[in-house]
Design a protein. Sequence first.
Length: 74
Amino acid sequence: MFLDGYILGIFGTVIGTITTELSFTPLWKGLIVASSLLGILVGSPVGGWLRRQVGRKPLFMIDMGIFVICPPVQ
């Protein structure tokens, strides 16, 4: 749930900037934000299954490792 909130919070703060810089139409803006929700919709069941297989703590550490290794593009 932390990561879902993080993703939606980041989109909320940067969508205005990327819309003006990349000249997105309202359609593309909506599709980009909706794609994050689609990713959450698909990723939640997959993450739940993986949590049962691997365990909560190892999966969380892998997730945090990915955030450290793959910083956002600036």
